[in-house]
Design a protein around this ligand. Sequence first.
Ligand code: ADP
Ligand code: MG
Length: 553
Amino acid sequence: MKTQQELKKQLFQIDHKGYKAYKALEGEYDFGAYRLCIDHVQGDPFATPSRVRIVYRNQGNIAPQYFAGKHRQTAVEDYLLRRLHRNLRSCGGGERRGSGKSGLVTACRAGQEILERTAMHITGESIEARIEVGFPAYGRTIAAGELAEILFELLPEVAERTFRMQRTMQRELEETVQLADDQDYIRRELEPGGLVAFVADGAVLPRESGVSQRPLAQAVAFRSPDSLAVTMQLPHRGALRGMGVRKGVTVIAGGGFHGKSTLLKALERGVYNHIAGDGREFVITDRSAFKLRAEEGRCIHATDISMFINRLPTGADTTRFSTENASGSTSQSANAVEALACGSRVLLIDEDTAATNFMVRDGRMAQLVSDEKEPITPFIRKIRSLYRDLGVSTVLVAGSSGDYLAAADVVLQMDCYRALDVTERARQIAGPLPEEQARAQAWVKKPVRRAQIEKARTHGWDTLSLDRTEIDLRYLEQIVDESQTAALAYLMQYVLGRLADGKKTADMLAHEAAQKLAREGILSVTPKHYGAGPAAEVREQEILACLARYRLL
Ligand code: ADP
Ligand code: MG
């Protein structure tokens, strides 16, 4: 390892030279408190910024109890990343110094969710932060003085402020791991308690706006109806009352604008933990829960959707159904069976985003168009059997289709943002429920060929491209962060280039990839230069969803 003096000398030797000469700086340098690793230098001032790591010595700094266990480690890393972010901003990391991205120093931005990220990694020996630095230039010539300021003034200052333990940090770390413990406790208590989700009293569910995930000020806080209330004994916080969403079928009814979708959205995101102050800290959903919706236009590759669709007018075999352009109902069918294929134990459905003919078929329509002429077996005929025979629960927003009342174990009514248990009244109104059996089977049938992807890129959080073929992720509502999209880009390269063998199907590959993530972490599949950006953890559900939407699969 070289010294920082050597780095400085080398840097000033290339001052005013062509930009490419920066490449010579790649390497590792001793900065005393930390090691500076210049992993990758950008090709020109307008390219993706250079990749730099600060590897801070952790001896006796952050004690091991703060990152014992996966949930604590992720929470502490998240906390440190947010600190890093703040300090980069306050020390001038956002100021340009020259052409292109010159002088911009950034770290992965974290939203309301606490996710494992490549940007921060803590071990007993070190705290490793990955940051992006636009190496400065005037025109295309090296501006050594500007980079020197970043490497020898800004970064040491930021590292010191972010990682050196002091009293407030000690206290905040303590609070961070306590919250993580409590959240983890609830998550582990769901299954033995017969629950698929928990929504604490006092939770703030609505968001500031359609484009902001921050909590709405002056919201009506959530409160569980007495009949559905459970009390969790959290390790740090003590007793916490809230609504237990039980296994089985839960219908959320209520008038328009009374808060139904808001509750469901909170449940969707409850598969992740949230930061203190979010309002959804104690809204915890079974990790496998999948938001099921219609998605007209998606592609489907040899998938068995015969549970819902049969006897298509084209005569297509729906046990191996493929299309480049799915309809509302066929897309929702494929989404459903893919969720089942990755072991989802809960389906979350909002009638606002579901295909009506996938959901229901009323008596009069059945009289007019006989069952033999209708390819669709609506979800309502399978919903009970999905739970009874396959153990898959459903939480469903149904403001308009009363047919579902007959299928429900619990009917909630959202009334002016208050949750009421109206199960008894709903029972009196509910009519008969025609049922059909749902059987476990191999749903995803297409073997995946190996393919080397040269370039995997992302555009925002909702589009990913593999060598120019775009994958549309817009309707995967449980992707909450651009870094998850970047992770999917790397995972697609890994899955298609390394795991695929022409025999395994997409669901098997998604499972294998998810297991690798669980064992080795997100860093294990992220390339050193992470050209699509910093990555964050993703679930098996999203990995399969992404593979299934790749049109060249
Ligand atoms: P629905 O699905 O029942 O039609 P939404 O869940 O979309 O209704 O909520 C309607 C509006 O009410 C949204 O603007 C939402 O942000 C707001 N809202 C939801 N829950 C609350 C609450 N607890 N307190 C205040 N406003 C809320
Ligand atoms: Mg709604």
